[in-house]
Design a binder for this molecule. Sequence first.
Ligand SMILES: [Mg+2]
Length: 268
Amino acid sequence: MTLSRSRSVSFFILALFAVLINPAISSRASSFIKLPNSDEFPDESPDESQVIAHCAAWRLAVETDNAGEWKVVPRGCVPYVKNYYSSGQFDADYDVLVVYITNYAKTIKLAGNGKDAWVFDIDETLLSNFPYYKAHHGYGSEPYDNTQFNRWVVTGKAPAFDAGLRLYNALKELGFTIILLTGRDESQRSITEKNLLYAGYSGWNRLLLRGHEDQGKSATQYKSEQRSKVVKEGYTIHGSTGDQWSDLQGFALATRSFKVPNPLYYIA
Ligand SMILES: [Mg+2]
């Protein structure tokens, strides 16, 4: 018995050694280890299909939050991201999301006391800042610039996503109380309201923005605290829709949370 175990151990060590020193196996293994958030490609001169596969893998990693915090769109994936929007794929993804959300929402038995809440994020969920990211940020490949972004916000001209507006109206129609929870600053309340109305949104119950006491908090912390206050007021948050994982994680979570695709930026 002891001899047999000792032989097994020896065999295992030999096999491991063989794998480590075998250049064919080693190089093959390393070719699979590529950071998804880098500009590295499997080959030095990748063909188009390899680039698309790499960038699709990157996008899947960021959408599922497997990538965790990421700073910018990899330069090599800029054409991919651009095409994601111009090809209609983003719209198709959001359309499917709307179907899943409304199907779920229709199954909910509302208390009917005005406390059946649905929480919406605003930027990249209801309002699109794509024109800004296209014009000033190389489709997300350049670092975020808060000053420049705020200059865009005060124009109040961010358009609605067609699917976002459809979803918003459908949930309102079903009887949900709409709560808007945004990382925008309290000083931007007026322009945000104007922009929402300009884009076609109306009838929200409340608009929650970052106050003085919320400065410096992570989005997850700030948004969780705001939801918690809403819950303490007696609301049931049946659902939540946001484009960032920080909209959907933390505490005082909705019964179900839905992620809108966003390969342009990440907010922790
Ligand atoms: Mg957002």
